[in-house]
Design a binder for this molecule. Structure first.
Ligand code: SAH
Length: 347
């Protein structure tokens, strides 16, 4: 059955015409799905019951099921582990900011980028998410929490630019004025640095913010930490970021997980400042989240120390607020634990 929530309006129009229905029906259905957020064809009361039955036999409206829901007792952060229709799991995190609610969504089940500090890499790659499964992380969370989000980050499990086609389809559906009408200015896409896709994204001028996970200012050091750097080395990555800024006028944000003894020395700060000197860059520092299987660690003080080194060299940096630290918001950990528990049960 066709996944109707992943279809754009023109795609829905052709599908409806194939069913020998007038084209305008597609707009009605699309409105029900993307504006009124219908979860069942039975709710589409301005369609004949014959048509609703026909739609039901051709299409499915996917849902996600919250297998776990962890609410922080320290702040308003809520972490969801969603079960997808095929039984796989992804994580979604809802965070409260001064200006509203921000949601962090996953783009793949697992990840194949293999960053050495990341829990998603340990749990392994399974598949890409469909556009509908990204939209549903928003819808199900908004329904559950009774809120509506004002910002979105693609920083959960997966590498968004490794699922380029579906992520672009998702962004098209999200920003469509006839549908959800969310401005992509409120959306951030985070990448480990897939250079050709960064350039393609720049050419599309979507208006979204690009965040690049840098984590190490030394080319050889970065290759040790992030295998993607062997394919797309730092100089090429930085050039692509400058291209992004030149094409879109949007400042690129750099993510830097501070790891004690690994990337937090004054020399590292110096190299980083050197790397970014031709850009109006902003660096987001975060103390690395300790992952059970890996030895990396850092506390807030280490991140603040590194920020001071950078500030002295004229680089703008902030230490990101750590939200929901009591619910282990380190991305990929919940899925990883669930999968390894399932394996244990099967043994
Ligand atoms: N694949 C994308 C987006 C998902 S990861 C990317 O690499 O940007 C989201 C962010 O969390 C990235 O900056 C990633 O490097 C970072 N991250 C992963 N594991 C982490 C950990 N253990 N501690 C701190 N940040 C981590």
């Amino acid at each position: 059955m066709k996944d109707i929530l992943s279809m754009t309006l023109p795609e829905l129009q052709s599908a409806v015409q194939e069913l020998h229905e007038p084209k305008y029906r597609a707009a009605q259905i699309y409105h029900w799905l993307h504006v009124r957020k219908a979860t069942d064809f039975a709710q589409m009361t301005d369609l004949s019951s014959a048509l609703r039955t026909k739609l039901q036999s051709e299409f499915c409206i996917k849902r996600l099921f919250a297998a776990r829901r962890l609410a922080s007792s320290m702040d308003d952060t809520v972490k969801y582990l969603y079960r997808l229709p095929d039984g796989q799991h992804v994580e979604t995190v809802l965070m409260h900011y001064q200006h509203g609610w921000r949601l962090c969504i996953s783009t793949q089940v697992g990840c194949r980028m293999g960053c050495r500090f990341c829990a998603s890499a340990i749990a392994g790659y399974v598949r890409n998410l469909e556009a509908s499964e990204m939209l549903l992380q928003i819808d199900e969370t908004e329904r559950d929490a009774g809120i509506s989000i004002s910002g979105l980050v693609l920083m959960g499990i997966g590498e968004p630019l490794d699922n380029f086609r579906n992520v672009m389809q998702f962004l098209e559906l999200l920003s469509d004025q006839k549908g959800r009408n969310m401005s992509l200015r409120h959306v951030t896409v985070s990448t480990c640095g897939i250079v050709p896709r960064i350039r393609e994204l720049a050419d599309r001028r979507t208006g979204l913010t690009l965040a690049v996970s840098l984590h190490n200012p030394d080319n050889a050091g970065r290759s040790q930490l992030m295998p993607v750097n062997r394919r797309y080395p730092l100089p090429e990555l930085l050039e692509a970021c400058q291209y992004y800024f030149a094409k879109t006028g949007r400042r690129v944000t750099y993510e830097y997980a501070v790891m004690e003894g690994e990337n937090d020395s004054p020399q590292d700060a110096g190299k980083l400042a050197d790397l970014l000197k031709h850009q109006q860059a902003h660096v987001n520092l975060i103390p690395v989240n300790a992952v059970k299987e890996r030895a990396f660690h850092a506390d807030r003080q280490a991140a603040q120390r590194f920020m001071q080194y950078l500030e002295k060299m004229g680089v703008h940096a902030t230490v990101r607020r750590t939200l929901g630290s009591d619910i282990d918001a380190a991305c990929g950990q919940l899925r990883h634990e669930t999968e390894s528990d399932a394996e244990k049960r099967e043994e």
